[in-house]
Write a protein that binds this ligand. Structure first.
Ligand SMILES: [Zn+2]
Length: 222
């Protein structure tokens, strides 16, 4: 009897845990933190062997792909019910969350888009093509990062206003010598231990006898 009660309590605990877990999944506002899985199509189609409404077997299925997202449309010949299922939620109203988050992850990890897409191809994972990544990067990701940085920088400078600080700066190029097309110059605040300004300079705007680092330094001081 004691074992039975203990077992029931354990089951109740598991049920509460599962309910909490599923509530977290379905109501979670942050899709980036929600766990994702790699699903084989053969395993996925097992879930579509019967009608979602009347449970009649073998409904007519049509499958479409949008990058990493699958859309399965099930049409029942018995009750004529049409059920549409997508493998991902949408972000910003129309973008499959997996596509946008994949672009975000590639950009933030510094990975090569060519290598990542090749890796997906080798494993047979459905994914978008290059133009989609560059669209995400240009129109959504970079503007978001720049907006966040400007707000973050403004807050840092507001805290430092009127304070006596020690600053240090240095430049960085993608290669040594004159082959670099772009260079960055960072201003580091030694007092608080944060980078407070970043300047990006293109080499073609360099005046004669000026180094890339020198020009970037002048711009960062403005
Ligand atoms: Zn049906």
């Amino acid at each position: 009897m004691n074992f039975f009660c203990t077992h029931n309590l354990f089951s109740l605990f598991i049920l509460i845990f599962i309910l909490h877990f599923f509530r977290f999944n379905f109501e979670g506002e942050n899709y980036r933190e929600e766990p994702k899985a790699i699903v084989f199509l053969s395993k996925l189609l097992i879930l579509f062997q019967s009608c979602n409404l009347c449970f009649a077997s073998n409904p007519l299925l049509s499958i479409s792909q949008s990058g990493t997202m699958l859309t399965i449309k099930s049409t029942c010949s018995k009750c004529n019910d049409v059920f549409t299922w997508t493998s991902q939620p949408h972000m910003l109203g129309k973008f499959p969350a997996g596509n946008l988050l994949l672009s975000f992850a590639i950009l933030c990890s510094g990975a090569s888009i060519n290598k990542v897409l090749l890796m997906f191809q080798h494993m047979g994972i459905l994914v978008y093509h290059y133009p989609t990544y560059y669209y995400h990067q240009r129109h959504l990701l970079v503007p978001s990062i720049v907006k966040y940085w400007r707000g973050y920088q403004a807050e840092l400078l507001r805290k430092l206003a009127g304070e006596e600080v020690v600053l240090a700066g240095d430049g960085r190029h993608d290669s040594m010598g004159h082959s670099a097309k772009y260079g960055t110059y960072n201003i580091f605040c030694c007092t608080i231990g944060y980078i407070i300004h970043i300047v990006l300079v293109q080499v073609i705007v360099l005046p004669i006898k000026r180094s890339l680092a020198h020009l970037a330094y002048i711009q960062s001081c403005r």
